[in-house]
Design a protein around this ligand. Structure first.
Ligand code: GDP
Length: 206
């Protein structure tokens, strides 16, 4: 399916607007500016699919993407959908916005049975931050399987990257819902994309 064209199905700001549950969903989470839209676009080889985080309006929504050829309506669901979750950890986000984000994300993560895997994106230059830990705590609590993906791997030197992959794998090793293995990617250089496509394909097969 990664060879197909993908389309934007819907952006939702509240649970009641969620599209019908298809067989499987895979979601992407990460701090704002982590490189989430770039990664989704690189995965499907479409530059303009997921909008960069500064596009007003879309940033606080769960954005659903499906392969073209499906309507996404209950009678015509794709084998799996990709979900771009709103970026977290804006420095100047108003409190009400953070609360709305938290509620939507909590509800979605806890309530969506077709959610097979969450990819938690971590910027290679920054590593796991406190807020990422909180998101992983939530995923552990909700028993939602997740895997860590390092982004912008081209921004650090190879030995530093190797150490970061090892340290990150070590950090998550005791987390109950963490899927073992850390995938290092660069959307810019195309690194790790096939590995991630394969991981997603495997995740939705079960
Ligand atoms: P989002 O807020 O998580 O959706 O992040 P974006 O995808 O909008 O990316 C944030 C910034 O990081 C942009 O300026 C991108 O050009 C840059 N960026 C994203 N991915 C990479 C990457 O793999 N390598 C490099 N060097 N920069 C990247």
């Amino acid at each position: 399916l990664f060879r197909r064209e993908w389309i934007f199905l819907r952006g939702v700001a509240a649970m009641k607007f969620l599209p019908p549950e298809g067989p499987h969903e895979v979601a992407f989470a990460g701090r704002s500016n982590v490189g989430k839209s770039s990664l989704i676009n690189a995965l499907v080889r479409q530059k303009g699919l997921a909008r960069m985080s500064n596009t007003p309006g879309r940033t606080q929504e769960l954005n659903f993407f499906i392969p073209s050829g499906y309507s996404g309506e209950a009678e015509d669901l794709p084998p799996f959908a990709l979900v771009d979750m709103p970026g977290y950890g804006f420095a100047q986000a108003p409190k009400a916005q953070v609360e709305a984000w938290t509620k939507l994300v909590f509800d979605y993560l806890r309530g969506r049975v077709t959610l097979k895997r969450v990819y938690v994106l971590i910027d290679s230059r920054h590593g796991i931050k406190r807020i990422d830990e909180e998101v992983m705590d939530l995923l552990d609590k909700a028993a939602v399987s997740y895997q860590v993906v390092l982004t912008k791997a081209d921004k650090i030197k190879a030995p530093a990257l190797k150490k970061l992959v090892e340290d990150t794998a070590q950090k998550i090793s005791r987390r109950p819902a963490a899927f073992p293995g850390v995938i290092a990617t660069s959307s810019e250089k195309g690194w790790g994309l096939d590995e991630l496509r394969m991981a997603i394909t495997t995740a939705v097969e079960y």
